[in-house]
Design a protein around this ligand. Sequence first.
Ligand code: FES
Length: 346
Amino acid sequence: MTKEYNLTIDGQKIIAQEGTSILDAALENDIFIPHLCHHPDLKPEGACRLCGVEIDGGRMVMSCLSTVGEGIDVKTDSSEIRQARTIAMELLIADHHMDCLACAAANDCALLDISAYLGIQPDRLERLRPSDKGLPIDESNPFFQFDPNKCVVCGICVRTCNEIVGLGALGFINRGFKTVIGTFGNKPFTESICESCGECVVRCPVGALAPKTPKFAAREVQTTCVYCGVGCGIYLGVAGDKIVNVRADRERPTNEGSLCVKGRYGFNFINHPDRLTKPLIKKDGEFVEAEWDEALELIASKFVQSKGDKFAALASAKCTNEENYLIQKFTRAVMETNTVDHCARL
Ligand code: FES
């Protein structure tokens, strides 16, 4: 059984499981501690230095890296903590391209939220700005772009690609003030091993990694991705009668908030004008639109004529296990042949 500890955060009595970070224990109990490089899906890194707290009346520790202990007394605010956070934050802002109005993050930005929380005026820091970094924006990927001028080097994208995707397409390049995130050899994304899954994009806390065409949905529909039989949970963002974005369902056990490139970005076919929405029947050598009843009757009559060795079925990886089971059962029991196969890939 997991051990539980009693501790106090800002005078509030809390019970937390062994191994829980102080930051997670605080957030789970609605006590806010500023944090930029922490993400619940990833191992802590301690890169941004914003989450400092005082333990037992003095020792300052990074709350994302320190775990709870029996009887500890945590303070999340004091003049020393505020000073340390402000310095860390001002250094981040001074090194960040603050064109917020034109930013693809569209104010959904942890840097803006935390600077507002700390009462920092980004404009006041212009004098600290070393100069515009002027690093080229990588627009090679069809779905997202990477603007290193906006990167705060929190490492969330690097850890995401290592820990969640298992690919390691991203890493830290250079050292010190010149450190940037990039692919191996700092090549464009499309010339790297990146698979365009967008896992790093959805976790980027600022606008450095951002979708190319962010479209805002009026409502969301919870459903299951149709690309393969895995059955990943997704939310379709809908505006009018069009799907404009997709996000992963964190509660679905099959994917726990992750998606592949097809599930996340491959939705344009749904509204594509070339998409068939009615069955076609070949008449006099030409395909002509038909009603569903007519098409289904034609198929049934052809099935009757084709029983036995004239018939073969090819099932699809896009079907669920249950649908594939039905196809093989139908082929064997009704069509009286064992000629049934499966594409086994997309
Ligand atoms: Fe703890 Fe960044 S969240 S150091």
